[in-house]
Design a protein around this ligand. Structure first.
Ligand code: AMP
Ligand code: ZN
Length: 493
């Protein structure tokens, strides 16, 4: 018996605009594809929010007992600046500016991406394919789309014929956009473009002689269009039809709309049963984005080195902050908001530490099964992590009452309570209790005392610049020195 057999998971499907009961194509198995990063710069906290949202989804599906194949790609070619069809490839541009190979850019930021997600305690996907590793598959799909009459070739480039496709299919089915409006709102082509219509998008682009990222194809040397890689890789690893496709809300149009069009034009049917879109992390009310500079980097958050931060925050606190909002709500980042999350996080972790002190009683005065089902109900309702967290704070209240002997649990209920808390907090939300071990604590204490000694020495030598620097830098790390009669002590927050 698997948990999914008695928990009714509902997922909000962006395609229907409704919460739908989740039924995978193959019982007990889930195929999930999530658009990965374009690796031309460090991931910002906004990108991380989307990947943490899908990590929560992945973790919960696994917890329910599904065998999940989670595919998340790396975009290492084809993504043009401003998401356009004409212009420079984002990776090639960065390589030109830094005077390194495009694949050096890709390697550098792929490594950064992995390191950051690991710090956030994200699980690795089952497969992480790259666009450059699937050029042959992309070419095969283009050939099929041409054969089916939905694409045309001009000067070594291949374009998807949106107008023709829309005659038999619905371009706009996901985003709700209407082709007539799109046509009315776009400028006429200026004669520079090879496209028949501005709505058409590139499947393959002819490479100019100076373009370094290039591959041979039936239409000449070139490179694939951005939307095609996800169609090729999802089909290859999950099949022509699979369960869940996810990504950030900003990818709904044109990226995901184009993916549907490509799949339908190629296979004659829609590729995905449940489309899921994670909402944006904003800063000062505006979307965090690489291009505008309106963003904060995870490492800045972990070190506190950003003017908008009063201190450093741990990855688990940042993850908790993100999961306190539902994945479909906009979340605005601010120092105050994450400070409040930190308080809540510490309260939760403290309560979990206290769990071990609770002794079983002869009878139970709390209905643990109904509390536990309320936690499942929250997650079954389209992965509602804020409601789950509210239930966990209800558990904190129980723990405090149990500690004071105002409530009781028998041995079996206490065991079930402990197991459930740990499953929801650590396995499903993916939080980590960051308390140091006794040995690590001793080492930290030793290092701080050494710095206090150096600060005293600096003060004795009237080197106040250095002594202040030691005090201030410790403070930014959350370590506060207090000078008293007995010497200097410290507190760590
Ligand atoms: P990119 O590398 O720009 O293709 O983005 C990688 C992922 O991050 C995509 O799924 C985007 O939708 C997502 N993303 C970009 N900006 C934000 C943001 N401000 N908040 C949440 N997700 C974002
Ligand atoms: Zn994609």
């Amino acid at each position: 018996m698997h948990l999914y057999q008695n928990q009714n998971l509902k997922i909000y499907n962006s395609l229907s605009g409704e919460k739908e009961l989740f039924t995978p194509i193959h019982e007990g198995n889930v195929g999930m594809y999530v658009c990965g990063p374009t690796v031309y710069s460090n991931v910002h906290l906004g990108n991380c929010r989307t990947f943490i949202s899908f990590d929560l989804i992945y973790r919960y599906l696994k917890h329910l007992g599904y065998k999940v194949r989670y595919v998340r790609n790396i975009t290492d070619v084809g993504h043009i600046v401003d998401d356009e069809d004409e212009g420079e490839d984002k990776i090639a541009k960065k390589a030109r500016i830094d005077q390194i190979e495009p694949m050096e850019v890709v390697q550098k930021y792929t490594v950064d991406f992995h390191q950051i997600l690991e710090l956030f305690n994200n699980l690795a996907p089952s497969i992480e394919p790259t666009a450059t590793g699937h050029i042959i598959e992309q070419i095969e799909i283009i050939k099929q789309i041409i054969d089916n009459g939905f694409a045309y070739i001009v000067n070594g480039s291949v374009y998807f014929d949106v107008i023709k496709y829309n005659k038999t299919n619905n371009y706009g089915i996901l985003s709700g956009r209407n082709i007539e409006d799109m046509i009315a709102n776009t400028r006429e082509l200026d004669g520079q473009s090879d496209k028949k219509n501005p709505q058409d998008f590139a499947l393959w682009k002819n490479a100019e002689p100076q373009h370094i990222m290039r591959w041979p194809s039936p239409w000449g040397d070139g490179f694939p269009g951005w939307h095609l890689e996800c169609t090729a890789m999802s089909t290859k690893y999950l099949g022509e039809r699979f369960d869940i496709h996810g990504g950030g809300m900003d990818l709904k149009f044109p990226h995901h709309e184009c993916e549907i069009a490509q799949n339908e034009a190629c296979t004659g049917h829609s590729p995905v049963n449940y489309w899921m879109h994670a909402n944006m992390l904003t800063l000062n009310g505006k979307k965090m984005a690489k291009s505008t500079g309106n963003n904060i980097l995870p490492r800045e958050l972990f070190s506190g080195e950003n003017n908008i931060l009063s201190k450093a925050f741990s990855p688990a606190v940042a993850r908790f902050f993100i999961l306190q909002a539902h994945y479909r709500s906009i979340l605005d980042f601010s120092d105050d908001a994450i400070l409040a999350s930190e308080k809540g996080f510490n309260r939760l972790m403290e309560a979990i530490d206290n769990l071990n002190e609770i002794e079983p009683a002869a009878t139970s005065s709390i209905n643990i099964q109904s509390w536990k089902q309320a936690c499942y109900d929250a997650m079954n309702d389209d992965f509602n992590s804020p409601i789950l967290i509210a239930q966990l704070f209800e558990a904190v209240r129980y723990i405090n009452l149990l500690k004071e002997f105002k409530e009781t649990l028998n041995a079996a209920d206490l065991e079930s309570f402990k197991k459930a808390i740990k499953a929801f907090v650590f396995d499903i939300l993916g939080l980590q209790n960051e308390k140091l071990s006794a040995d690590e604590n001793n080492k930290l204490e030793g290092v701080i005392n050494m710095l206090i000694g150096m600060r005293n020495e600096a003060r004795a030598n009237k080197n106040f610049q250095l002594s202040d620097q030691i005090r201030d830098q410790l403070l930014t790390l959350g370590i506060q020195l207090k000078d008293g009669k007995e010497g200097t002590s410290f507190t760590v927050s």
